[in-house]
Every structure is written in structure tokens, then in C-alpha cells.
Design a protein around this ligand. Structure first.
Ligand SMILES: Cc1cc2nc3c(=O)[nH]c(=O)nc-3n(C[C@H](O)[C@H](O)[C@H](O)COP(=O)(O)OP(=O)(O)OC[C@H]3O[C@@H](n4cnc5c(N)ncnc54)[C@H](O)[C@@H]3O)c2cc1C
Length: 472
């Protein structure tokens, strides 16, 4: 990685050398907060970042306790075309690998049951009528929108059509459970709450990449010499024409502007009090956009003594035995495509994961994942050597995985969420992005946009440049 100090500027500093730029308090050191903080700082604004955890990155969290870097939060750069994360990696010389390379393979008792595309084609043939009906529902809904009509339906409707009245063979019934679990994991919510109107299955076909060193390498690059105050849990924010005052569990901070980048789930829990209260329209947006609601995506990373699987660097699936187990570690990735390190990552999703996140101990979670591996590769899968687990739902600074398009939310709600309040409070974070919500690049873009808004409102310097690594 290139180490020379680059400035991320939106205006040349000589233009504002004598101007008094406002002090910005950035709340949250995730991707959105750090990007905004770094741009404002490098453009001459005094900036302090207040972060509740003892580490930066938020929902980007690369862990190395199993011997190699593994991400417990964001893992993939989704969609490489014009993705600022990819351009950033290119610019600073961070290596990424196009990944996945192949379809996921499904295993049972050491036997490959089939590959994803093969099972999908088989399902399309066996559940032909239901699949055509499901496609009809999608086409009608998008047709209505093209001519300006409203209307929506939950994503679960599609699966209900495919499942209805079919006497499917057992492996295909189980394949449907798996598909339901994986769609919930990707979208970030329960199928019955997810908007079909906002669903874009074409995104599933885009090329993605993984950073072998872990996603945190980008967080490290953003940090540079920012002033970050860790273990500062923001409790109360006072704002008015004179500026802002932010009270944390430890002390009080003053500034002219606050940029709030905490996850939507934190705002929904009202653990931060705004004084005066936020405008009604913003409160409505916070409540309407989907987040959590009995759902989470969690991950376990396990180190074994030796590798007992053969496909290097692949994704591997387990066809759940019943609908309720669709999120029970039914998706695994081999963390070492080189086929050397014995490290696997398993995903838990859906309501199974939401219950396990709060009810099961670490050992119970690990045992549940090991049970699944035994169904796939056993009997006799060795016991884990060590492991690490995420608990995004219990996490008071995340309260879930990421936001999703609910049946009641639209792009408009996300725009309202991102709107400043009397030019004192600014907002950024993945949930503020109108289309790329739930992603790291979406969070990055909202951070950049918020920095630009603050710059426009306070700087008075018209010359705008963009020296962020993804623009160079
Ligand atoms: C399991 C999982 C897998 C994912 N996989 C991918 C993926 O493969 N690709 C992808 O693009 N995206 C993925 N995502 C989503 C991605 O991680 C997020 O969209 C993105 O990181 C959000 O960045 P952010 O800055 O908006 O929020 P965050 O990263 O959550 O940052 C907000 C910060 O605010 C802090 N905070 C919270 N409350 C307070 C408080 N009261 N006071 C002070 N600070 C506070 C938090 O600690 C945090 O550091 C995944 C997420 C999860 C959970």
C-alpha cells in the first residue's frame, strides 16, 4: 500500500486560509463518518470524531484472532463498475480478488448435492407454473410504477407462488428454504417486510471482490491523523442557531455543526436524545425505513486443526432441513482460496439468527454451526480450535446488520433522513443512501455528500476540487 500522505480535499486550503471554518463534531467512526471527517479535516475544517467503541470501522470489523484476517461485518466490494471502494484500492495499491469464482456448492454427508445454478434450473422446471406467476407479479408491479401508479407487495409473495401447490422433491423444497434465507441475508430483513418494488435481483449477478487483508485496511487509510475520541457514547445533542453541544457518557463537546452517522437502528431506539426534538418528518423517516425487525446477519469464523473440505476458496451451502432453520449457518465460505489455512466463515441469518444472537451463548452458537458442518461433511467433523462470533443485534452501537427497503419506505424517506436540520445537524450513513443502502460504498458516498453540504453551507469558497482517492 502506498504510504505517502495524500490530502482528501474539496477545496484548495489557500482559498480559505483566512476564513473561520466551523468546528465539526462527527458522531461515529464508521465508513460514512471517517470519510466526511477526513475530507473536512483535509480541507481545513477543525474536526473531532466521537466514537462509542474502542475501535474505528463500525460495521467494518476485520478480526485476526483465528490466524488470518477475516471480516465479521462487511466483506465484499459489491459491484465493481465505478465502485469508489475499488477505485480507492486501485489508487493506494490494496489488492483485491474477484470473488466468488464459482457457484456455491451444496453438501450433504460429504456428497455434493448440486451447484446453485443447477438447482435453480431444476426448480424452475419442477415449479414452472409458480415461477411464471411469480415473474408475472414482478412484471406487473414494475409496469405500474413505470406509468406512475403506486403499490407494493412483500418479497415473500414471490416465494409463496413458487411453493404453492407443488409436489416438489425434498431437495428442491429445502433449496427454496435456503434461497429464502440467503435473500433475507442479502437484503437485510424478513421477507414479509421487504418491498418487492425496491428489490433488484439483477444486483445479485454483478461482479464482486474481496480484500484478502480485510476491509479494515480502507478504514486505516481513512484515519490518517484525524482526532478520534474513543469510548465516547453520545447521549444527548443540543442544537440551535449558536451551534451544537454534545453530551457523552464522559464529557461535553461543543462545536458549530454535528454530523450524525450512527446506524439507523441506534436512531430508532432513541438512545440519543435531540434537544429540541428532530422534525416530525425526520422522525417518521427514521421509523419507516426497515432495520432489524426480528432479523440479523451474523457470522462465525472458525479455525480448525486441519482442512476437511476440498473446494479451495469456494462458497458452500447446506440445504436446511426445515423452513425455521433456513438461517442456521446454511452458508459458508472458505477464507483461504490458496487452500492452506483451515479457516471457515459461516453465516447465520433470518429469525433463527435474531433469536440466537440474543439467546444463545458463544458455545451454543459454535455448536449449532458445527452441527451444520456435520450435516454437510460429517460425521466426524473435528472440533473447532478457536472461533469468533459477531452479535450485531445485541451490539448497542449497531442494533442490527443494515437497513432495507420496507413496504412503507421509499427513496424519499432516505432523502429526508439525509437532510440537514437548520444547518446545524447533518446526517450520513448507509441508510441515507437512496439506492446503495446496506453497503460500504453507499456509506462512503453519503459521507462525501455530507462533507460537501457542510462545505457549501459554511465555506463560501467556490473552487471545488476532489482529491479523494476514488476520484483521482
Ligand atoms: C454481517 C454484515 C455483513 C455485511 N456485508 C457487507 C458486504 O459484504 N459489503 C458491503 O458493502 N456492506 C456490507 N455490510 C454493510 C456495511 O457494513 C455497512 O453498510 C457500512 O459499514 C455502514 O457504515 P456506516 O458508516 O453507515 O455505519 P457504521 O459502520 O455502523 O458506523 C457508525 C458508527 O457509529 C458508532 N456509534 C453508534 N452509536 C453511537 C453513539 N451513541 N455514540 C457514538 N458513536 C456511536 C458506531 O460504533 C459506529 O462506529 C455488512 C454488514 C454486516 C453487519
Amino acid at each position: 500500500m502506498s504510504s505517502h500522505r495524500r490530502l482528501w480535499q474539496i477545496h484548495p486550503p489557500e482559498k480559505t486560509r483566512n476564513a473561520r471554518l466551523p468546528r465539526v463534531l462527527v458522531i461515529g467512526a464508521g465508513m460514512a463518518g471517517l470519510v466526511a471527517a477526513r475530507i473536512l479535516h483535509d480541507s481545513g475544517f477543525p474536526v473531532i470524531v466521537l466514537e462509542a467503541r474502542n475501535r474505528p470501522g463500525g460495521r467494518i470489523w476485520t478480526d485476526t484472532s483465528t490466524g488470518i484476517p477475516c471480516d465479521l461485518g462487511a466483506t465484499w466490494i459489491h459491484g465493481l463498475k465505478n465502485n469508489p471502494l475499488k477505485l480507492w484500492c486501485d489508487r493506494i495499491g490494496v489488492r483485491y480478488a474477484i470473488w466468488p469464482r464459482r457457484d456455491p456448492l451444496f453438501y450433504e454427508h460429504k456428497r455434493i448435492v448440486g451447484a446453485f445454478n443447477q438447482l435453480l434450473i431444476e426448480l424452475g422446471q419442477k415449479a414452472f407454473k409458480g415461477s411464471i406467476k411469480a415473474l408475472g407479479i414482478i412484471a406487473r408491479l414494475h409496469g405500474r410504477h413505470l406509468i406512475g401508479l403506486n403499490g407494493d407487495t412483500p418479497l415473500s409473495t414471490i416465494f409463496a407462488q413458487i411453493q404453492r401447490g407443488n409436489n416438489l422433491p425434498e431437495h428442491l423444497r429445502r433449496f427454496i428454504y435456503w434461497c429464502k434465507g440467503i435473500v433475507e441475508a442479502i437484503e437485510g430483513g424478513p421477507l414479509q417486510n421487504i418491498s418487492l418494488r425496491e428489490w433488484n435481483p439483477l444486483e445479485y449477478c454483478q461482479k464482486s471482490a474481496i480484500i484478502p487483508q480485510g476491509m479494515s485496511i480502507l478504514i486505516d487509510d481513512a484515519l490518517n491523523d484525524l482526532q478520534i475520541e474513543y469510548n465516547q457514547v453520545v447521549k444527548r445533542i443540543f442544537y440551535g442557531s449558536g451551534g451544537v453541544r454534545v453530551e457523552t457518557n464522559k464529557e461535553t463537546w461543543e462545536g458549530e455543526v454535528a454530523l450524525i452517522t450512527v446506524p439507523l437502528g441506534v436512531l430508532q431506539r432513541h438512545t440519543i436524545t435531540f434537544d429540541p426534538p428532530l422534525p416530525m418528518e425526520k422522525i417518521k423517516a427514521i421509523e419507516t425505513i426497515g432495520y432489524g425487525n426480528g432479523f440479523v446477519l451474523d457470522k462465525i469464523v472458525i479455525r480448525f486443526q486441519k482442512r476437511f473440505w476440498t473446494q479451495n476458496g469456494d462458497r458452500m451451502g447446506w440445504l436446511p432441513d426445515c423452513e425455521a432453520n433456513r438461517g442456521k449457518f446454511s452458508f459458508w465460505i472458505d477464507h483461504d482460496p490458496a487452500g492452506i489455512e483451515p479457516v471457515l466463515g459461516g453465516y447465520a441469518s433470518s429469525d433463527w439468527a435474531a433469536r440466537a444472537d440474543v439467546e444463545k451463548s458463544d458455545d451454543e452458537m459454535c455448536h449449532a454451526s458445527w452441527e451444520t458442518l456435520n450435516e454437510m461433511f460429517g460425521p466426524g467433523v473435528p472440533k473447532p480450535e478457536n472461533y469468533v462470533i459477531s452479535r450485531w443485534l445485541q451490539d448497542p452501537y449497531a442494533r442490527g446488520a443494515y437497513s432495507y427497503g420496507s413496504l412503507k419506505s421509499t427513496k424519499h424517506h432516505r432523502e429526508i433522513l439525509a437532510e440537514p436540520v437548520i444547518n446545524r445537524l447533518y446526517f450520513a450513513g448507509e441508510a441515507c443512501h437512496p439506492t446503495h443502502y446496506g453497503t460500504v460504498h453507499g456509506a462512503l458516498e453519503t459521507g462525501e455528500k455530507a462533507a460537501q453540504k457542510i462545505h457549501n453551507d459554511f465555506c463560501g469558497c467556490n473552487t471545488v476540487i476532489a482529491t479523494m482517492p476514488w476520484h483521482m
